[in-house]
Design a protein around this ligand. Structure first.
Ligand SMILES: [Zn+2]
Ligand SMILES: [Zn+2]
Length: 341
């Protein structure tokens, strides 16, 4: 059988069949279609991969699209694949270089695959466009309207909580500014719960929630939850009367911390125990005047409007000496020296 000693293709000597070189030339190390498709969200830039939308960079998307469609010949061993993506307008061309060992011989192959980008809306952007939400965080305040600082801080808290969540279906649909407060429309329900809890932890106040049937979705009853946040009536820097006391509020949260301006003693209370308290004025209403005399339990100051000398009990925190400038507030409960901040 002389024919088996020569390669049928090139005629060189061979141990039967094709010689090593002709075998490698005909060996299909890698197969892949030269054009593949990938979906990208028009609005947010998310990618559709493995039947779900994900966040990744365009090159990462092109590489994983090609990788998932690449067929390496199972006869190849010790396979190394390198991908080099290149953006060409709406196409990403991926240069693929494969190194392997086939029947003990080194083999390599280069292929180019074009990944065509199709644009559509992702699951999250479709929900947002459709006005979808599961909860409303309604921020209001007790016997007043929330301040602009409180409003913007609530929005910051909401955005931070949404950004922290790994759930890509968590989003803020809308924030509505109302005279009496703000309404933050969110999904999912859990995000609304976290936002409203974080707001009351920071500001104090009350939180209640109510679920309401909003219809059916995918054959199941669909509920929306309102989280009603009621910020406390008083703010840091408010000076309030509470029974016989006049309190300068220094910190507001679940616990209220301040200073009793009549005695100078530290004041702490649960926010719920401020019932019946009334706002007298704010620290920003303070006026500067001169301390004209200091005694053990009495001081004399000039009335900042009439310059008449006034005698007041000496608050424990007052360290200034006579002649010093101090801050006072005039309220309907009398005039009080303010502790320095
Ligand atoms: Zn040959
Ligand atoms: Zn999107």
């Amino acid at each position: 059988m002389t024919s088996s000693l020569f390669c049928p293709n090139c005629g060189r000597r061979s141990e039967g069949g094709l010689c090593a070189q002709c075998f490698l030339e005909r060996f299909d190390l890698v197969k892949c279609s030269s054009i593949l498709g990938a979906k990208i969200c028009t609005t947010c830039g998310s990618f559709f991969q493995d039947r779900k939308w994900v966040e990744c960079d365009p090159h990462g998307l092109a590489i994983s699209t090609v990788r998932s469609q690449l067929n390496i010949n199972p006869a190849a061993e010790d396979v190394h694949v390198a991908f080099e993506p290149e953006t060409l307008g709406e196409i990403m061309r991926v240069h693929v270089h494969v190194d392997a060992v086939v029947k003990g011989m080194a083999a390599s192959k280069d292929v180019d695959v074009d990944v065509r980008i199709e644009r559509e809306s992702c699951d999250r952007c479709r929900r947002i466009a459709g006005g979808y939400y599961e909860g409303i965080v309604q921020v209001r305040a007790e016997n007043r309207f929330p301040t602009s600082e409180e409003r913007s801080r609530c929005k910051e808290i909401a955005a931070a909580i949404i950004n922290q969540k790994s759930d890509r279906m968590a989003f803020i649909l809308d924030i509505r500014e109302l005279k009496e407060g703000i309404d933050i429309y969110v999904a999912p329900i859990h995000a609304g719960k976290q936002i409203s809890k974080a707001i009351t932890e920071e500001f104090g106040g009350k939180l209640s929630e109510a679920a309401k049937l909003a219809g059916r979705r995918d054959g199941r009853e669909f509920y929306r939850v309102s989280f009603a946040v009621r910020l406390p009536q008083f703010l840091v820097g408010d000076i309030i009367s509470l029974g016989d006391h006049v309190i300068d509020i220094a910190r507001m949260g679940k616990r209220v911390v301040g200073r009793n301006l009549k005695t100078g003693a530290q004041f702490t209370s649960d926010v719920d125990d401020l019932g019946g308290a009334e706002l007298l004025c704010h620290r920003s209403d303070a006026q500067t005047t001169v301390l004209t005399m200091v005694q053990d339990d009495e001081i004399q100051v000039l009335d900042p409007d009439s310059y008449e000398p006034r005698t007041l009990p000496r608050p424990a925190f007052l360290k200034a000496e006579s002649g010093a400038e101090i801050s006072v507030v005039k309220t309907r409960k009398g005039m009080f020296v303010l502790p320095e901040n």
